[in-house]
Design a protein around this ligand. Structure first.
Ligand SMILES: [Zn+2]
Ligand SMILES: [Zn+2]
Length: 304
């Protein structure tokens, strides 16, 4: 008995697909309505005694045989050593950032999700053009009367053809709707995100940061003013480490998934993430990565 108990204590419980580990939470609901921690009863509902052979994972949503969740230390070592070490490192880093924000139950189940090609990124020049356009748009939202000059400037700097159809419509609309102005006012977050990608700001504020005025001042200091000549600036840009850019993209993609799931399940937000900030970062970084091969700004997709 002593030995059996000891052996059992050595076992690690984790999902076979995504490696999520039970945290003591009551995530399992029986057909009888009872909600409990299924690992306290080996998959058996304590109320009606229904035995569940498969167990659903809160980390990845997959159901796998209950007995497969119990791993020996040797099995855990073998799992840790399996797969591409670079992708495994990305998985750990990404998941720990999500946990830090309070998104505790989101795990990456396919390592392939973490694979990417920096070659498919937009060029630093394109990213710089987009950053300046987004910066000008967010300025124009608060100073509508400056729009004719902004149009003139973008044309003179030869980047008017990179302004999207919806952005052109706003810049040329005599009376833009309040809703459009509200929406466009968030583009400063996208401009900031590209500024960070292009090394014009040192660090992006955390998604749940309360005060981040300093970083917008930093961006302003390091990029041309509206009306300035852009050519030299745009041709000297470089990206920061693309690993960091990818991780920021995926953190925000999974945050979008989390908020969508909250909406569908009617559950309470466990984070203090600013959703609008996160959405802007997700979108602009999808554009930067040409996610799903979409090049056009207006068509950038954020469905998950
Ligand atoms: Zn039951
Ligand atoms: Zn899982």
């Amino acid at each position: 008995m002593f030995f059996r108990k000891k052996k059992k204590n050595n076992l690690v419980i984790q999902c076979t697909v995504c490696e999520w580990r039970p945290d003591g939470g009551k995530y399992w609901a029986c057909n009888c309505g009872h909600v409990w921690n299924t690992f306290k009863s080996h998959g058996k509902c304590p109320k009606c005694e229904t035995q569940y052979v498969k167990t659903w994972c809160p980390g990845c949503g997959k159901s796998t045989p209950h007995k497969d969740w119990y791993k020996t230390p040797e099995e855990i070592i073998a799992i840790e050593d399996s797969g591409d070490p670079i992708l495994r490192k990305r998985k750990k880093s990404l998941e720990s950032r999500l946990i830090g924000y309070g998104i505790k139950n989101y795990r990456v189940s396919h390592l392939g999700y973490l694979n990417y090609s920096p070659d498919s990124f937009q060029t630093p020049y394109e990213a710089g053009c987009r950053m300046m356009i987004l910066y000008a748009i967010s300025h124009a939202v608060h100073s509508l009367e400056d729009r004719p000059e902004i149009i003139q400037w973008l044309k003179e700097e030869m980047i008017w053809d990179r302004v999207s159809q919806s952005e052109k419509a706003f810049l040329e609309d005599p009376n833009p709707e309040e809703e459009i102005l509200m929406d466009l006012s968030w583009r400063i977050e996208s401009a900031l995100t590209l500024g960070w990608c292009l090394n014009k700001v040192e660090t992006l504020p955390k998604l749940d940061a309360k005060h981040n005025e300093g970083v917008f001042e930093e961006l302003q200091r390091n990029i041309p003013e509206i009306g300035d000549s852009l050519m030299l600036f745009l041709t000297n840009l470089e990206f920061r480490n693309t690993e960091e850019i990818l991780e920021e993209n995926l953190v925000n993609e999974l945050a979008t998934t989390y908020f969508r799931d909250l909406f569908l399940n009617g559950q309470k937000d466990q984070t203090k993430i600013n959703r609008s900030t996160s959405y802007e970062r997700h979108q602009v970084l999808n554009w930067l990565r040409q996610f799903m091969d979409i090049e056009e700004w207006d068509e950038t997709d954020t469905s998950t």
